[in-house]
Design a protein around this ligand. Sequence first.
Ligand code: SF4
Ligand code: SF4
Ligand code: SF4
Length: 234
Amino acid sequence: MDEKDEKDPISRREMLRKKLGLGLAQSIGYALGQAHGVRRHIEQTIRDPISPSPPTPKTAAYLRPPGAIDEISFTAQCTKCNACIEACPPKTLVPLTGVFGKAFGTPVIDPNLGGCTMCEDRPCAKACVDAGVDILDALLPMNMGHATIHRSSCRSHFGEECTLCIDACPIENAIAHDWRKIPTVNPDICTGCGICVKSCPVEPSAISIVPLANRPPKAVHPDHDQNAQGPAPD
Ligand code: SF4
Ligand code: SF4
Ligand code: SF4
């Protein structure tokens, strides 16, 4: 013990105690701060979960006539004039019901009325152009969706021999028997025309159509582009 400690031993002990107290308080404060930060992070993650990509607007998928452009543009531009519905030879197009909003009254294929016969000359698209709208692009492929077979009601799944849907399909190999004699759809070939739906003898049909979810926007074709410039003058 040096001379100063001998003179004032209490004040030295007091100082040591204060230092220890301060250190302990700092440690507790730090721990509380950390816990608070962790809690805030958890709360923020729950409120605003990290998503890998920005959310995209969801649109309902309807079974539209072939060549229908993307759903948002389609419902925004369709005037519900019914020209396509009236022009459809097999009368399989109907105005959409049972929904609220812009889609109400717009044309959809009802496979229970026969399905789309995939007319080569696309009267529905022509009628739309004639009506001054042009949202059924006749140059887009006929793809409208694809068929799906319900195992719980399809007769073939119960050992009965049935080929009615396969016989009705106008597209080769879009639907065929597998090795168990069960009809199987190839969604890469099937156009979703819906013709097989009505051919099914089960009530309600053991086939339904899954509409194409992401239809393309309207393409600009050189011979359709009104802003396209003609050949340069000589
Ligand atoms: S392609 Fe023919 S059958 Fe199909 S929706 Fe158009 S008009 Fe109707
Ligand atoms: S013709 Fe065109 S604008 Fe008229 S109802 Fe059909 S898709 Fe809509
Ligand atoms: S399987 Fe059905 S929906 Fe698909 S192309 Fe054939 S008839 Fe049309």
